[in-house]
Design a protein around this ligand. Sequence first.
Ligand SMILES: Cc1cc2nc3c(=O)[nH]c(=O)nc-3n(C[C@H](O)[C@H](O)[C@H](O)COP(=O)(O)OP(=O)(O)OC[C@H]3O[C@@H](n4cnc5c(N)ncnc54)[C@H](O)[C@@H]3O)c2cc1C
Ligand code: FES
Length: 253
Amino acid sequence: MLLRVRGISEIAPEIWQITIGGEFPYETIQPGQFLMIRVGSGKEHVLRRPISIAAVTKESMTIILRVVGQGTKWLSERCIGDSLDVLGPLGRGFPRPEKDARVLIIGGGLGVPPLYFLGEALQAETDNVDIVLGFRTKEHCILTGEFSRLGHLVITTDDGSLGINGNVIDAVVSLRNSGRRWDYVYSCGPQGMLSRVKQHFSSQDVKGYVSLEEHMACGVGACHGCACPSEDHSVTRRICVSGPVFAWDEVSL
Ligand SMILES: Cc1cc2nc3c(=O)[nH]c(=O)nc-3n(C[C@H](O)[C@H](O)[C@H](O)COP(=O)(O)OP(=O)(O)OC[C@H]3O[C@@H](n4cnc5c(N)ncnc54)[C@H](O)[C@@H]3O)c2cc1C
Ligand code: FES
């Protein structure tokens, strides 16, 4: 689908927020789903780039990306009115909790954007939302004002320049020590963080879901470039069609 850039701004160093509009099935998008976006003419960069959907309205959607290579650089250089060739919405999003369930959202770095869309959607289902977001430094923090409206927010930074000086697990431990408990844990971020989150909750009675954003090629189930082993390594799952969201016990982290 050919959509148009409606807004673009740098919200943190090398992190860009882009709003895209045009004809698209916005009402069908589930939090956790993603887009495959063509870069340039599609000739120099054959593979589309997967980017999560961070927010949706009736006539537009927002993505947030970090510039790490040529594809994301090209995207960050778009101007209002430019067209974007977009495939989506793709993948399986976050399953929703029961009404009034106690929810913990844990995001790290550029894993945070899809969780914002989830947090907004959860407003219709529960008031019991705790949010832990981890960043490298205060400068790298994104969407903190937006998340603070969605629940009880705790921020951590690796250098202590904002919030707790430590990582997301330190914040989770501190919340547990203050008596907080959860029925659902949703997380997205670097693989190491997801693995520690899963390990932390392994002996606890919570339903846990992760969004895996590490590897992808075609994005539509054709190449097996995104294969990820199941927890017991008996089968592999394609992240682009079976995920990117998985229950903890579905994948090896
Ligand atoms: C389902 C899904 C959702 C995603 N959502 C977002 C998002 O909302 N915002 C965002 O900024 N990024 C997101 N990503 C990651 C994003 O797709 C990559 O950063 C992007 O494709 C890199 O393209 P590039 O051409 O700029 O860099 P490349 O030239 O392809 O790579 C540059 C460097 O980045 C590393 N890299 C490439 N892809 C990834 C990746 N998936 N994870 C970690 N490192 C990578 C490479 O190893 C290399 O070191 C998502 C990935 C997936 C699979
Ligand atoms: S990226 Fe090609 S099968 Fe998933």
